[in-house]
Design a protein around this ligand. Structure first.
Ligand SMILES: [Ca+2]
Length: 309
């Protein structure tokens, strides 16, 4: 009996132990599953959350990036749709977007008439500044300027000298074709969408006879025009590609250089200078011209560049 009782007791104890263990194992495994599940859910949530975070930017970024894109076209009306470029000589150029404008002035000189519409069908890059003496020195190995200083505009360069400089830049074959602006391109860029005499407040934008102290000044010190170009008014006159014509009758309407008729012994200078009065700095003023051999202390230039195709 005792043995049987012991055996029965042992059996009961084992059975109870098994039941207890089974009972204990259920919450453990539930907890484990719950933990894993919870962890899984957290991970899952985390993944979703990460995934949301990972996916969110692409999903949200189109609107995010489209906002600046929406801004960009409006910025393009200020001529800056494409990023500025800087060549190996440090010539910074800003993008001038295509567009149309009324060239000339009915209230100006006779040679500014008739006012006519010009369409620039292809954008181009234009020097943010007049070519500096540092840039000229680096390319040409000499400095012909009357006033000297690295960041002063180069002057006393003839139209032909400017062509020599441009030819050297083109020999770099750096992806851009450099040239002088046409007269229409120059006025389009100088106006920067404005229609008045100046692209802003002249004293804020220009070194001219009233404020220059009778000398050139480092480029870029005055206020830029709306398209990011400095010293279009004043500092130094700027050589353009075109022959001189004393009227606009028959002028190109597509912004190409006007290289027929007129007075081919003269090339156009634009924008006024440190030595000229305010009227010479007007956007439409075209009373600056010279034989292309002249080295003038009031004349330099700025570059135009177009991508080589
Ligand atoms: Ca100038």
């Amino acid at each position: 009996m005792k043995r049987g009782s012991l055996t029965l007791r042992a059996f009961v104890m084992i059975a109870v132990s098994v039941i207890v263990l089974l009972l204990l194992s259920i919450p453990v495994s539930r907890q484990a599953r719950g933990g894993q599940s919870g962890s899984g859910e957290r991970n899952s949530n985390s993944n979703k959350s990460t995934s949301k975070k990972a996916n969110a930017p692409p999903k949200k970024s189109p609107p995010a990036t489209s906002t600046p894109r929406r801004t960009a076209p409006s910025a393009s009306t200020t001529g800056s749709r494409r990023a500025p470029v800087t060549n190996r000589y440090g010539v910074e150029m800003v993008w001038i977007a295509p567009g149309s404008f009324e060239m000339g002035s009915n209230s100006g000189e006779a040679d500014e008439k008739p006012v006519h519409r010009v369409t620039i069908s292809k954008g181009f890059y234009m020097g943010k500044y007049e070519v500096t003496q540092k840039q000229w020195q680096a390319v040409m190995g000499a400095n012909p300027s009357n006033f000297t200083g690295e960041n002063l505009p180069v002057e006393k360069v003839s139209w032909y000298d400017a062509q020599d400089f441009i030819n050297k830049l083109n020999e770099m074959n750096d992806g851009y074709k450099y040239r002088l602006p046409t007269e229409a391109e120059w006025e389009y860029a100088a106006r920067a969408g404005t229609t008045g005499d100046y692209a802003g407040d002249l004293d804020e934008m220009a070194w001219y006879s009233d404020n220059s102290g009778k000398k050139t000044h480092p480029v870029g010190q005055k206020q830029a025009n709306g398209w990011g170009l400095y010293d279009m008014h004043g500092n130094v006159f700027e050589w353009c590609e075109d022959y001189w014509h004393d009227r606009y009758q028959g002028a190109p309407t597509d912004s190409s250089a006007w290289l027929s008729g007129g007075e081919s012994r003269y090339r156009v200078l634009r924008g006024g200078s440190w030595d000229t009065d305010a009227s010479y700095c007007r956007s439409a003023r075209r009373s600056g011209f010279s034989i292309p051999e002249n080295h003038l202390i009031i004349a330099g230039f700025r570059l135009v560049a177009v991508a080589r195709t």
